[in-house]
Design a protein around this ligand. Structure first.
Ligand code: 5AD
Ligand code: SF4
Length: 481
């Protein structure tokens, strides 16, 4: 899944109290989410669906009548962690027999009925396209049965559902624009767990962004496994669905969202190198409120390896996309995803990844050891034959190199002034605010007179490889439309 933003540990497993404006049924839902940003966005849809059935959500598992766990299958260790968590809930259920426990999301889709048998005390198994059915599934369980719905859909986008916001800061929100993925990268389980790609209508996306802005949010991140293939009113084969309606591509969608307000920052994730057009970069360059930051997963720096991964581009193609970004938007930050130790990876191929990293100098990267996933093309075609130790050593090399690049990139910012959106108090100290600059780098500074949701100019004085530290030199007034 290209939306790589595995939410940092602090947000893993978070749950928030949500006040319902509907008549409540006195029951409480505890919701725990793992994995990518898409899952966190889905949990907000789930909270909304359950909320309209009268369930309030709670962050205290002790007072919950229903526990729903939104799961991730991307790598084996993600599933292992969730399995451990499920066994905690098994024990809780022994102490509290009426408690309903449901497994949702990618693991539910992947393991289906087996989860009920394997995990014995799970009551509900619901895949990513069956959340509208959750109230029925809960009722079935109330009648003493186990309930499963893992049907994948060709058109479900939850477009009409206003998500209940579960994030903590109330400043930065996720907005789903597509679901599923048609790419079939050979290592990836997502096409099997999230199904075929479909786009959500531009009207509902823009409406959701307006709602967020009116509720005080100042940043939206448009989410899809491959945002560049966003196409409204077109089939995946490129045929127009309805001649009477206009079509909208991703660049056009971004323009619509950027027009919501000059004070609403627009981000997106994730771009696919094979599909990212110059038009998208040009639209980014044209709008001050579209952040100059692109997450462009490369996975490997070697063309044969990219072929085995079924990525649909070569090393040269990827470098050509980087060149286009640098040409059209010279100060754009670029991040990536890298996998080490994929099937048959030779040392030369690994060296090509390191050399590509040196050439591009990524500002940030998510880096992983290859983890074989059942049913994927790689599992069927190739042997997972790079020893764990070699995978680990290569990963360490990749991480070390990346950290040196990130540190150098941050050091170049010292003395410069960046525009930061204030998200809230920093983790370390109540006297400091934390936010992100336009390039998506975490920036920490003394609070001064600023408030959450303000845009402030921060002069950078110090840095680590992950964070910039500085001081406010100006609090920006709201932009005039
Ligand atoms: N093993 C390791 N990493 C993987 N990713 C996806 N599938 C796997 C896998 N089987 C990584 C890719 C993707 C990111 C979200 O997760 O780098 O871009
Ligand atoms: Fe991303 Fe490829 Fe997986 Fe699709 S198949 S989610 S493009 S890694």
């Amino acid at each position: 899944m290209e939306i790589n933003k595995e939410i940092d540990e602090s947000q893993q497993g978070s749950a928030t109290v949500v006040k319902s404006d509907k008549p409540l049924n006195g029951k409480k839902l505890y919701l725990e989410s793992y994995g990518c940003a898409m899952n966190f966005a889905d949990s907000e849809v789930i909270a909304s669906i359950m909320n309209s059935e009268g369930y309030a959500t709670t962050s205290d598992v002790h007072e919950a009548d229903i526990v729903l766990i939104n799961t991730c299958s991307i790598r084996e260790n993600a599933e292992d962690r969730i399995r451990k968590r499920l066994s905690d809930f098994k024990n809780r259920k022994k102490r509290q027999p009426g408690l309903i426990v449901g497994v949702l999301g990618c693991m539910a889709e992947r393991l289906k009925q087996n989860l009920l048998e394997e995990e014995k005390l799970v009551d509900i198994v619901a895949g990513p396209d069956s959340y509208r059915d959750l109230p029925n599934l809960v009722n079935e369980v109330g009648g003493g049965q186990k309930a499963v719905n893992v049907l994948l859909s060709r058109d479900e986008t939850y477009a009409d559902i206003s998500p209940v916001r579960l994030d903590k800061n109330g400043i930065s929100g996720f907005v789903s624009i597509t679901r599923g993925c048609d790419n079939m990268c050979s290592f990836c389980v997502v096409p099997f767990t999230r199904g075929r790609e479909r786009s959500r209508s531009p009207e509902t996306i823009v409406r959701e962004c307006h709602e967020l802005f009116n509720a005080g949010y100042r940043e939206v991140t448009l989410l899809g496994q491959n945002v560049d293939s966003y196409r409204w009113n077109m089939t995946s084969k490129g045929e127009v669905k309805d001649e009477t309606q206009s079509t909208t591509n991703f660049a056009q969608l971004m323009e619509l969202v950027a027009a919501v307000s000059p004070d609403l920052r627009v981000r997106f994730s994730t771009s696919h190198p094979k599909d990212m057009t110059d038009e998208v970069i040009e639209v980014m360059a044209k709008h001050d409120n579209i952040c100059p930051y692109i997450h462009l997963p490369v996975q490997s720096g070697n063309t044969e390896m990219l072929q085995r991964m079924n990525r649909g581009y070569s090393r040269e193609w990827y470098l050509n996309r980087i060149e286009a970004i640098r040409r059209i938007m010279p100060d754009c930050a670029i991040s990536t995803d890298i996998i080490t130790g994929f099937c048959n990876e030779t040392d030369e191929e690994h060296q090509d990844t390191l050399s590509l990293m040196r050439e591009v100098q990524f500002d940030f990267a998510y880096m992983y050891k290859y983890s074989e996933r059942p049913k994927t093309l790689a599992e069927r075609r190739f042997e997972d034959n790079v020893p764990e130790e070699v995978k680990g050593d290569r990963l360490t090399e990749v991480i070390d190199l990346q950290l040196s690049h990130a540190l150098a990139a941050n050091q170049r910012q010292i003395g410069k002034t960046h525009t930061v959106l204030v998200e809230g108090p920093s983790k370390r100290s109540e006297d400091f605010f934390s936010g992100r600059n336009e390039y998506n780098t975490k920036t920490v500074f003394p609070k001064g007179e600023a408030k959450k949701g303000d845009y402030v100019k921060v002069k950078i004085n110090e840095c680590t490889s992950a964070t910039l530290m500085g001081e406010i030199v100006e609090i920006l007034p709201p932009a005039k439309k």
